[in-house]
Design a protein around this ligand. Sequence first.
Ligand SMILES: Nc1ncnc2c1ncn2[C@@H]1O[C@H](COP(=O)(O)OP(=O)(O)OP(=O)(O)O)[C@@H](O)[C@H]1O
Length: 490
Amino acid sequence: MPTATLAPSPWETAKTSLKQFFSEDVFKMWFEPLHCIELGEDTITLGVPNDFAAIWIQENYLDLISKHLSLAYGRELSITLQKAAPPQSAHAHRGHSDSAALLDGQGNARGSSGAVSGGRGVNDHAQTGTGFDRDASPRLGAAAPERRRPEATLNPRNTFDTLVVGANNQMAHAAAMAVAQAPAQAYNPLFLYGDTGLGKTHLMHAIGHAILQNRPDARVVYLSTERFTNEFIQALQENSLTKFRQRYRRASVLLLDDVQFLAGKERIQEEFFHTFNDLFESGKQIVLSSDRRASEIQQLEARLVSRFEWGLPADIQAPDYETRVAILRSKAATLKADVPHEVITFIAQRLSGNVRRLEGALIKVSSYAALTGRPLDIPTAEKLLQDVLIEQAQNLLTIDVIQKRVADHFQIRHSDMTSKRRPNNIAIPRQIAMFLSRKLTKHSLQDIGDAFGGRDHGTVIHACKAVDNMIEQDPSMRGSIEFLKTQLAR
Ligand SMILES: Nc1ncnc2c1ncn2[C@@H]1O[C@H](COP(=O)(O)OP(=O)(O)OP(=O)(O)O)[C@@H](O)[C@H]1O
């Protein structure tokens, strides 16, 4: 048996499963520094870096942490937060597990820890989905009856109550409600699709919660396609396909996230095809999510595409301004964060598209306010969110838009951006546009050179250096460039 990898402790497992619910920033800020100080029969003491973190976690995340801990340890644990320096090796990833493994060596936890993964290391993909069956079954004894498991793997915050409904998700929301009220009768499968961070997972979890509320004995299974894939591969390796199949085909509701990751994986598609048929034919509800329409998923077998389109495809768009304000208000209320209205509207105006990004921005400004005790105003918010604003600009801005804006500003023709003409009144704006393309987009030097009339990447490097010099030496040029940068990052 390959046992060289240290099995993850229940504490690590809980932390890994918590990771899927938060953006990287939020996880790093609040959860990464948490460590297990002491584990008792029905208590656990977690170390937090400071008093503020203790209050924030207590107010906002304790329920969620508690759910994941009981799942990982197989028993209810009452949590105490204590200010404490992180363990010596905490900055190194391995350090966490070593220290956790040591602590878990005391008392009951060892036994349950041993059962967590049978000697396997944590799978990196586990954080993107929680197949409750595998994750929970070895650890949950009589104290934790089976039907508690799915609830614990669904984020308790992702309910219909916490979902803000706007024109962007009205239809998907209505379809999800219909499915939750009458599983396998309304739309089967329900296929939710839309860009990243727009609430597909939220809706899937909401369906799961609602079904469990009506029918607590329902077998609701939520997992990501990555997880499905990994478990299938593992089942192949361990010769346990029958068990794998039973696990998913026994579900009364299967919620499979991110099916675009089935693309190009023939064996997994074949397996899922049979899972799908089995569930569908026995009247079980299937809900799928994807970042695009089924027909737009490359290398997805036609028979799967057609099945995915049997029921109802429902798309989710980016929320409009009013919905963004409503989402931010609702999140601020949940976080018990006192964010001034003008800052809420500022964020809603400046950040569009991804709701996860909106949420991250709100947490950033509200934790700053709570940490420093300083009042929050627009200039402060703008400063705090500079990186996010630039990142958004990088995703939305095209070189063409930069060229046009810079050309307008310096009153030259757009075509001068690509021409070979070199008088200063043209060459300098062109260099500035190259510089801004480098700063505000993710294009390579070569792409930028190509977009400026087929220049080579050395020309772009030269332009960026020249503009850096101008910024340093010429205050009026610095002003113009800053102005353009702010305008473009809007
Ligand atoms: N309409 C909404 N109301 C309230 N919260 C929302 C809404 N839409 C999205 N969110 C929140 O935004 C975050 C991102 O949503 P979610 O993870 O469901 O997106 P997703 O579409 O599944 O993204 P991905 O494709 O990246 O998995 C979650 O915290 C979710 O609760």
